[in-house]
Design a protein. Sequence first.
Length: 326
Amino acid sequence: MGKERLDDKPRRIELLFLGHELEHHNSRAYFPILASALTKDGINITYTEKQSDLNEENLRLYDGLIMYGNQEEISHNEEKALLSFVENGNAFIPIHSASFCFKNSNEYIKLVGAQFKSHQTGTFMADIVNKDHPVTKNLAPFRTWDETYVHDKIADDITVLMERVEGDHREPYTWVKEVGEGKVFYTAFGHDDRTWNNKGFQSLIKSGILWAVNKKVKKNWTAFMANMPILSYEERANIPNYEKRDPAPKYQLPLSAEASKKLIQVPAGFEVQLFASEPDIINPIAMDWDEQGRLWVIETVDYPNTVRNDNSKGDDKVKILEDTDG
């Protein structure tokens, strides 16, 4: 159901990730890494490459915006929508090359807190210089290969949390700032998958998100996470391991339909309502709706573990489910 953000109930955090189509700073490849890492923590991330999504109507569906890529310019209307979004109490999370986006907008550069100037590369660990801030209070330092960013136009209103040390030079590398009722979290980490796959980087981004979203969002997220189901696994001899993984995959113990709902991501502004569950349907592998509003479900009771070599009747089937009571 939707399309309106539902704030006054326990729910996931909803973020929009603005990427681009280029392989340099490959947002298409790195977005799924972050989204997969944070979904278990009740954080939904929706991906887009359309700058036109920076409009008031669309942004109101989200609690924050992640920026990553090499977007060159921003229109006046997009700039206005972004600034208003943050000033009115939402989160802005520019990552790495986002500090060199929208070079035609001084307001955007001020919003980020600085602009990228130059870089070399190397393997390094940034110093946590503010261990009392909520973002870094429980954060462990991490080492990764990345670009060694140097920034220009550094604002006076940023709070530096991490610095990259090179000789006598200490470069601000992660910082936060407040803009109106909103908050900005920036880190220069994030050139490629070596950093995006780094658990320390993922923890940093998660911590930055939880600090940057507003109090109401954080309160509802905390209530949602209080009853977050925990996936449990056990070893069973009949679990296929076609990829010959080591260790072999385990059997995931089933969840109730209500618990499963908490692990589903739907488009921002929509919510899930239970339509059918076991025993009405068993092991669905595909489903689709027809023009009459009926749900067609393919059940895989046999596949892939039961192979029938005779002419006996199989148990796989197609079911049609219809809502008869409105």
